[in-house]
Design a protein around this ligand. Structure first.
Ligand code: SF4
Ligand code: SF4
Length: 255
């Protein structure tokens, strides 16, 4: 008999799939290009605001965005049956910083060249707020080429590498939240996090097998240390643990 996915995980998967289906509307608010375009003209834009909100939310909600509402996360979870390879984080996680650090420096440099930010257009590079749409200076074909290019990139990397391969290697959004998480972990204020009780763990390793981010969750439970910058708080480990050894908590970490 096929085992039903726990209700909370069905809701979560539905949310990330809806986020992916909405990507033609939302793409330019998550775009690594729109933030560059805005910086070069000194315009505070939708991408800049979204990335800022991701950083701020991570201070209290960790990477809940990644686990629950990211369009790229939705596409990757739909693709998981095509390649369930478990990624070795030590070998691949550094790649995204190679992309992110020069990109951030370029944005700062362009904003400086433009004399700083002096206007706001949250709908920059959209048509009436919609991302995949035609405009006077940009035919709709171009918008579709960009959209399918981004989808092909996420698709290709994930099918090539395995579980959430794009999150591990190329995502330009993850570092904003990882920096927020790192800060939270250093300063230890109350926030959403996982907690584990190694005493009730039966070592079945269901948590490790199910983790979409390929984390060794069982080892984290044994160490009673659930802090991991690649944990997206999806709750798959929480909902599949028959021994209830893992749970969500909103608290500061017990030392
Ligand atoms: S790492 Fe990036 S692509 Fe993956 S879920 Fe988070 S924001 Fe989305
Ligand atoms: S450790 Fe648990 S909550 Fe974190 S990514 Fe893995 S399955 Fe999701």
């Amino acid at each position: 008999m096929v085992k039903q996915i726990p209700l909370r995980q069905r809701i979560r998967k539905a949310l990330v799939i809806i986020a992916f289906l909405s990507f033609p509307l939302t793409m330019n608010y998550l775009s690594p290009y729109v933030i560059i375009d805005g910086a070069s003209q000194g315009i505070i834009n939708g991408s800049l605001v979204m990335f800022g909100l991701m950083f701020l939310s991570s201070l209290f909600l960790g990477r809940l965005w990644c686990g629950w509402v990211c369009p790229a996360g939705g596409l990757q979870e739909m693709l998981e049956p095509l390649n369930r390879t478990v990624l070795n984080g030590k070998r691949v996680d550094w790649v995204k910083w190679l992309v992110w650090i020069p990109w951030i420096f370029m944005i700062f440099w362009l904003a400086l060249q433009a004399g700083g930010y002096h206007s706001i257009n949250l709908f920059l590079d959209t048509q009436n707020g919609i991302s995949v749409a035609g405009a006077a200076d940009r035919p709709i074909e171009i918008a579709y080429i960009i959209y399918y290019g981004v989808v092909a990139l996420i698709f290709g990397v994930t099918v090539w590498l395995g579980k959430r391969g794009f999150c591990h290697t190329l995502c330009w959004m993850a570092p904003f939240m990882m920096i927020g998480l790192w800060l939270r972990n250093r300063l230890g204020w109350p926030s959403l996090r996982l907690q584990a009780d190694s005493k009730v763990c039966t070592d079945c390793k269901t948590c490790t097998r199910g983790c979409p981010m390929s984390l060794d969750v069982n080892a984290m439970v044994q160490a009673q240390n659930m802090r991991h910058l690649e944990c997206i708080l999806c709750g798959t480990c929480v909902d599949n643990c028959a021994a209830r050894a893992i749970g969500y908590t909103f608290s500061s970490e017990k030392k």
